[in-house]
Design a protein around this ligand. Structure first.
Ligand code: MF3
Ligand code: CO
Ligand code: CO
Length: 295
């Protein structure tokens, strides 16, 4: 009997290995830093789940800048370019807009964005790795300005990408959008995850359970958890007007089982199946979710 093998990555693309991480990029002293920079803990990673109008306006400002930097990163994501060059582009755009790259100095992380290539699910560290045609690159940008954060990511196709991988990327985007549409006030946050997980499964993919969306405002991750799977009865917070949070599903072509590289950050699929992700920050209004990480 022949057993049909699931196609989970392009033939001929070698499995990733860690590259060389370059020196930390400096941030001008005039740019305000989050409290956690170069500390062992982030005390701002807790806080209210519902935000004042003033905080919401600052999350909006940070989110818009993050979206601008993400767009620049996407334009730079070409064959032959290193992921560290993407970090440089993101870093420079954030600083030009007066924002601090929230990841830089966060719990030991030393770069201005995350670059997660191919089988990397999330938290890839920009390094000397050269992108090839057929790769997919997720860039995750968080900006901090006037005491608030905005967080967004997208997966970009590098050169010519196999149509099966293109499908992974476009369905991951659609999974995020369906989750966003489900984020109506009065519902439990686990409804978002149920919608995402069901949609992803219908396409033969897996929605990664162990990494979640989060409240984002004056704290980078403020304690509110947004699952990307049907977690009920867990994560039963009721979505309410004034909440600002992310939805950021990670979708694996094969199994979502993961392992972490020795760098303490990079999360890869165990089966080395390709994985894609999209993320927006939004505010909940009486009308429903309003996207903030937009240009
Ligand atoms: N931006 C990521 C998120 O969506 C968090 C990155 S934290 C880092 O939550 F330290 F890995 F950069
Ligand atoms: Co996030
Ligand atoms: Co992010």
């Amino acid at each position: 009997m022949t057993v049909e093998q699931k196609w989970i990555r392009p033939e001929g693309r070698e499995v990733l290995v860690p590259g060389t991480v370059g020196p930390r990029r400096p941030v001008p002293a005039r740019i305000e830093r989050p409290e956690y920079v170069d500390k062992d803990e982030a005390v701002s990673d807790t806080g209210p789940h519902i935000q004042s109008a003033d905080v919401i306006e600052r999350v909006r400002e940070a989110s818009r800048i993050a979206a601008i930097a993400l767009q620049a990163a996407g334009e730079a994501a070409q064959p032959g370019v290193t992921t560290d060059r993407i970090d440089e582009v993101v870093h420079d755009v954030l600083i030009q807009h007066g924002a601090y790259p929230s990841t830089l100095g966060y719990l030991g992380y030393e770069k201005s964005c995350c670059t997660s290539l191919n089988e990397v699910i999330c938290h890839g560290i920009p390094d000397s790795t050269v992108m090839q045609s057929g790769d997919i690159l997720n860039v995750d940008v968080t900006a901090y300005i006037h005491g608030a954060h905005g967080d967004t990511n997208a997966t970009f196709e590098v050169g010519e990408v196999d149509p099966r991988v293109q499908d992974l990327v476009s369905q991951s985007h659609e999974a995020m959008m369906r989750g966003i549409k489900a984020a109506k006030p009065g519902r439990q946050v686990n409804v978002i995850g149920r919608v995402i997980e069901k949609f992803v499964a219908r396409h033969g993919y897996e929605s990664v359970r162990d990494y979640t969306g989060h409240g984002v405002a004056e704290g980078f991750h403020n304690g509110l958890v947004i699952p990307h799977y049907d977690s009920a009865p867990m994560f039963d917070d009721v979505i309410a007007e004034g909440m600002t949070f992310t939805i950021e599903p990670m979708v694996a072509m094969g199994s979502q089982d993961w392992e972490q590289w020795d760098d303490g950050w990079t999360v890869v699929t165990k089966d080395r199946s390709f994985s894609a992700q999209f993320e927006h920050t939004m505010v909940i209004t009486d009308q429903g979710p309003e996207l903030l990480t937009v240009l």
